[in-house]
Design a protein around this ligand. Structure first.
Ligand SMILES: [Fe+2]
Ligand SMILES: [Fe+2]
Length: 282
């Protein structure tokens, strides 16, 4: 097999998000529910925050150790920036007013623990060559959970324009996931040491996308909203079983644990009814 095939395939399909043909005038046709709006704002913040993960990757040894990574990261960050712009455009077209200072507040982690963790990871990646595998695995988990999050928010939405925007973003997220996952799989298969380090790091530090940037309550809310019904639960099991196929991560069931905890907080009547925030938050 041509060793460059994966990155060549990725770059061939890379580009700005195609929003052609979307009739933005219809964005207001179906008003967003309060829960839905909370989810989209969360997703917008996470997409914009990609810059922080990019900073971590650039500070790590990943680019030096793996020549494909430099090309991948450049295209990946470029594509993620368009996701953020697309969600922002949708919200504006839907009549949602966004705070113009919104972006400034999460350009850097606000929590000191996050900053220390980021610094620690950058240093560790220079000491342990296997740290690149940790980044790849981490990226695979984040992309897969994001993809499934979008899919389930889209599934529940009645707003056709939102569904179309999310479907187009999802195509990119699926490609991102594929790249991270296949690379992580190969590196983990090759190295029991990398398996042990990756397993330890994921077990110790992994939290759902947005944790550390958004409040714990926000994280739990979006998980409960996206995954708190039967199809959502199936998606959660699919995430866990896909990640558990990676060598060394056979134990991975974290999304089920987070989903269970989140649903217990927000679902008012078991099973599967997610309450609006106004009914739950005092
Ligand atoms: Fe994205
Ligand atoms: Fe992505």
């Amino acid at each position: 097999m041509n060793p460059n095939l994966e990155i060549d395939k990725f770059i061939e399909k890379s580009g700005p998000l195609d929003l052609s043909g979307i009739d933005w005038s219809k964005a207001k046709d179906q008003p967003l529910s309060q829960s839905e709006l909370r989810c989209i704002l969360y997703m917008l913040d996470i997409e914009t925050y990609t810059i922080a993960y990019l900073r971590d990757l650039v500070n790590s040894k990943a680019i030096e150790q793996d020549s494909d990574m430099a090309e991948f990261i450049a295209c990946w960050a470029y594509e993620e920036a368009f996701h953020s712009r697309a969600l922002e455009r949708f919200l504006r077209e839907a009549g949602v007013e966004l705070d113009p200072n919104r972006k400034r507040s999460y350009q850097r982690p606000e929590r000191i623990s996050e900053t220390l963790k980021d610094l620690g990871a950058a240093i560790l990646s220079r000491v342990f060559p296997d740290f690149t595998t940790v980044y790849l695995t981490w990226g695979a988990i984040q992309e897969l959970t994001t993809l499934n999050g979008y899919n389930n928010v889209a599934r529940k939405s009645k707003n056709k324009i939102l569904v179309e925007v999310l479907r187009r973003i999802m195509r990119d997220e699926a490609r991102h996931f594929g790249f991270y996952y296949n690379k992580a799989m190969r590196r983990l298969l090759d190295s029991p040491k990398a398996q042990r380090l990756t397993s330890l790091m994921v077990k110790t530090f992994w939290r759902p996308v947005g944790a550390g940037i958004k409040t714990d309550e926000d994280v739990a809310f979006i998980i409960a909203y996206a995954f708190g019904d039967e199809p959502g639960q199936k998606a959660v099991c699919h995430i866990d079983s896909t990640i558990a196929k990676l060598p060394g991560l056979e134990w991975f069931n974290r999304m089920q644990l987070y989903a269970k905890e989140s649903c217990e907080l927000f679902i008012e009547q078991a099973p599967w009814k997610v309450a609006e925030p106004s009914e739950q938050l005092s």
